[in-house]
Design a protein around this ligand. Sequence first.
Ligand SMILES: Cc1cc2nc3c(=O)[nH]c(=O)nc-3n(C[C@H](O)[C@H](O)[C@H](O)COP(=O)(O)OP(=O)(O)OC[C@H]3O[C@@H](n4cnc5c(N)ncnc54)[C@H](O)[C@@H]3O)c2cc1C
Length: 375
Amino acid sequence: MAKTYDVIVIGAGIVGSACAAECAREGLSVAIIEAGIIGGGATAAGMGHLVVMDDSEAQFALTRYSQKLWDAVSDELPREVEHDACGTIWIAADDEEMAEAKRKAAFYSERGVLVEMLDAQSLAEAEPNLRPGLVGGLRVSGDSVIYPPCAAQFFVDQATARGADLFLGASVETITADGIRLRNGSSISAGVIVNSAGSSSPALTPGLPVKKRKGHLVITDRYPQFLRHQLVELGYLKSAHSLTAESVAFNIQPRKTGQLLIGSSRQFDVDDARIDTSILTRMLDRAMEFLPGLRKLSSLRAWTGFRAATPDKLPLIGPHIEHKRLYLATGHEGLGITTSVGTAKLLAAQIMNRETEIPVAPYLPARVTQETVHV
Ligand SMILES: Cc1cc2nc3c(=O)[nH]c(=O)nc-3n(C[C@H](O)[C@H](O)[C@H](O)COP(=O)(O)OP(=O)(O)OC[C@H]3O[C@@H](n4cnc5c(N)ncnc54)[C@H](O)[C@@H]3O)c2cc1C
């Protein structure tokens, strides 16, 4: 007779992997089903910035909770996860953005996040390759950076060490009443099925209000002294919240390898994964406006990925409103690397029927309906 699991986790991106590790830690029997390779979806495409964000109280709560969880495991992370406590500097190019930096500083410090306001001179000292004439910035020293695919592998290793079974190259065709049916025709049953298939999650659960939001990134050769912090322009917020179909913003990250990872772009309603040279050029031009020295450096590769976006920019974590055995862990947009660990804790606590460590209501799938409109 085929084995029945307590939990089937669909997708071994960073979210599914973290959920699988957490469920296995709870003593549940877990099957991880991944159509491709571990961490090969949006997880491989993302920047790996572990960042506290303040778009809403709920977003802050989940990112802050998650950052504390990452800090708690940082000593256990293998070298290849490349955890780097480089911190973030939010850059203010004009007085309006400096006012936003101050608002952000107040919001964070009221909630216990260490921040430091930088004037023009201290910004230049912190990052000498930035162009002159910037107004200042906000340093958030607790933010850090990881290499996400290896973090996903780390969580899968934790899960399998606790007895989880990994089905690699196994593609889920349908979620059934008591489990899943694979494209090869076989079925696996479980008490709980977790849809953590990222931007493919609506293909398995029709009607989910999750849309693809495409992003481009570029990685350079190794220039170890060029940058010290992850730098994000405060104009980034205008881009991330933009109501238009596409936007670019300056966002750059120093990798432990000495490479520089340059972002980022956002495009709705684009299914084509190919590089869009016009948006790539806009993105790089924006980066070179802030860091003119980038013009002299060599890039190695550019790629794209799809964020899984929800209408209210919060993930879906918890039971599906109709399917009794189905749980969702999807819709993490541009923060799924950061919030994977918080998601895993919230999901596992709900499966175990235990109280969550932070209020879960803002992330429950019941808050959104099929009719919810994306801006
Ligand atoms: C350009 C860009 C930059 C980003 N930067 C950051 C950042 O700096 N910080 C941050 O926190 N987040 C960032 N993100 C967001 C982050 O990458 C995602 O939120 C996160 O990787 C989502 O993880 P996931 O596990 O939900 O999805 P995925 O990584 O896409 O994993 C889903 C998995 O499900 C599998 N799957 C799909 N369908 C099936 C099926 N039918 N059967 C079996 N398996 C299936 C896929 O193969 C895939 O491996 C960025 C994203 C992009 C695109």
